[in-house]
Design a binder for this molecule. Structure first.
Ligand code: S3P
Length: 450
């Protein structure tokens, strides 16, 4: 969110069952990538179903600053006229990526192998997040970064005039870092290699292939090895963005905990690198089914049907599943509060460097609502109280984090006392229609009168 955003409080309370169809917006990860690769192709890329959340709108503005033409037509279809790999212009002003770690990290990668300089900034949340994880591999290509202490924004990147290709093993499981390296590799001659020990979301690899780049992926003992051949001519595409499983998580989880609910969430991408939450919920005993399972654009897609599930059980979430549900731990911890027994989440240190420290933000709010939480550096345990036994009645600080905001609003739909969040504005970064969509299902969610 930009610095001028106006905070507003929101509340949620137990009320009606949730019923109906929840059409959630387009996938955020895929939307960023569609704009960026569209900007690197020569000719017109057409994008249907783009997420029109602030994070993605900020990436659209950035692509214009690097020389692409980006327009939305009256039917909501986006048209990107790209400049080609190696054709980026130097931005005339600072690039403000707002709240978006994905936006800034992918764009830094995209420009790091062009002979141009760009300065990046963002909101208070983004300015507190580490960028060294991206600038370290970009330095291997020959790019130079000048940021604040600790590798924080604002930061200037001087792109490499004579980039060399790189072979890089990811030190953290991060699709953003992987994607930054691959995007930088596009304008380096020869082969760029990225090795990841754990499979993270693979939208960049899939979409690069769709645009005509040569990307080979091999599972080897040392991990997943991704090889990209540099300097391809990217061909413009027509892209239909699937609906976002990370946004679907909110109406799905709301239906599981709100008595009498039955909600259908159609057309959700179930790429295995993204669908870990749904597997976990089913293991907890959730009445969650996949209907009409099919393939679309090379991705598995289904309609999700979620019904009220009074007998949820806590489980130990396998750490190997963490990357496939990394953005869903906040809402999972809410569901865990209504389950019986402990839900144990390990191997999740990355949650501490998201839009907020998500373990700390959730633990504080859950405790204030009467739920016992234990935490360590890279783990946390929520001790579920069972359906009908969660007090609620807390005012929670959401710390510029859209997923913390939506998680506590969903929680209030099943607590004894209403839940309040200090600021609903950041929800617009990823899910601008959250409020009308949820109230349309019958949820008692409202903005406080100013
Ligand atoms: C994303 C990758 C993940 C995720 C973020 C989106 C992406 O971040 O948390 O919301 O689109 O590549 P990390 O790569 O830092 O794990």
């Amino acid at each position: 969110m930009s610095a001028h955003h106006q905070p507003f409080r929101m509340t949620s309370r137990r009320g009606h069952a949730l019923r109906g169809v929840a059409r959630v917006p387009g996938d955020k990860s895929i939307s960023h990538r569609a704009l960026i690769l569209g900007a690197l192709a020569v000719g017109e890329t057409r994008i249907e179903g783009l997420l029109e959340g602030q994070d993605v709108l900020d990436t659209a503005s950035a692509m214009r600053a690097f020389g692409a033409t980006v327009e939305r037509d009256a039917d909501g279809v986006w048209h990107v006229h790209g400049v080609g790999v190696g054709g980026l212009a130097e931005p005339a002003d600072v690039i403000d990526c707002g709240n978006s770690g994905t936006g800034v990290r992918l764009i830094m990668g995209m420009m790091a192998t062009s002979p141009i300089t760009a300065t990046f900034t963002g909101d208070a949340s983004l300015r507190s997040r580490p960028m060294g994880r991206v600038t370290d591999p970009l330095a291997l290509f020959g790019a130079r970064a000048h940021g604040r202490r600790g590798g924080r924004l604002p930061m200037t990147i001087e792109g490499a005039a004579d980039p060399v290709p790189v072979s890089y093993t990811l030190p953290v499981a991060s699709a953003q870092v992987k994607s930054a390296v691959l995007l930088a590799g596009l304008n380096a001659p020869g082969e760029t290699v990225v090795i990841e020990h754990e499979a993270t979301r693979d939208h960049t690899e899939r979409m690069l292939r769709g645009f005509g780049a040569r990307v080979e992926v091999e599972d080897r003992p040392e991990g997943r090895v991704i090889r990209l051949t540099g300097r391809p001519e990217l061909r413009p595409q027509s892209i239909s963005v699937p609906r976002d499983p990370s946004s679907a998580a909110f109406p799905v989880c709301a239906a599981l905990i709100a008595e009498g609910s039955d909600v259908l969430v159609p057309n959700i991408g179930l790429n295995p690198t993204r669908a870990g939450l749904f597997t976990t919920l089913r293991e907890m005993g959730a009445d969650l089914t996949y209907e009409n399972l099919r393939e679309e654009g090379g991705e598995p897609v289904a309609d999700l049907r979620a019904r009220f599930s009074p007998d949820l059980r806590g489980i130990e979430v396998p750490p190997a599943r963490a990357a496939s549900m990394i953005d869903e731990y906040p809402i999972l911890s809410v569901v865990a509060a209504f389950a019986s027994g402990a839900t144990v989440m390990r191997g999740v240190r990355e949650l501490r460097v998201k839009e907020s420290d998500r373990i700390d933000a959730m633990a504080r709010g859950l405790r204030a609502a009467g739920v016992e939480v234990e935490e360590g550096d890279d783990w946390w345990i929520v001790h579920g109280r069972g359906h009908g036994n969660v007090a609620g009645g807390a005012l929670v600080e959401i710390r510029l984090d859209h997923r913390i905001a939506m998680s506590f609003l969903v929680m209030g739909l099943a607590t004894d006392q209403m839940m309040t969040i200090d600021d609903g504005a950041p929800i617009a970064t990823s899910f601008p229609v959250f409020e009308p969509l949820m109230t349309g299902l019958g949820a008692a969610i409202a903005r406080d009168a100013a």
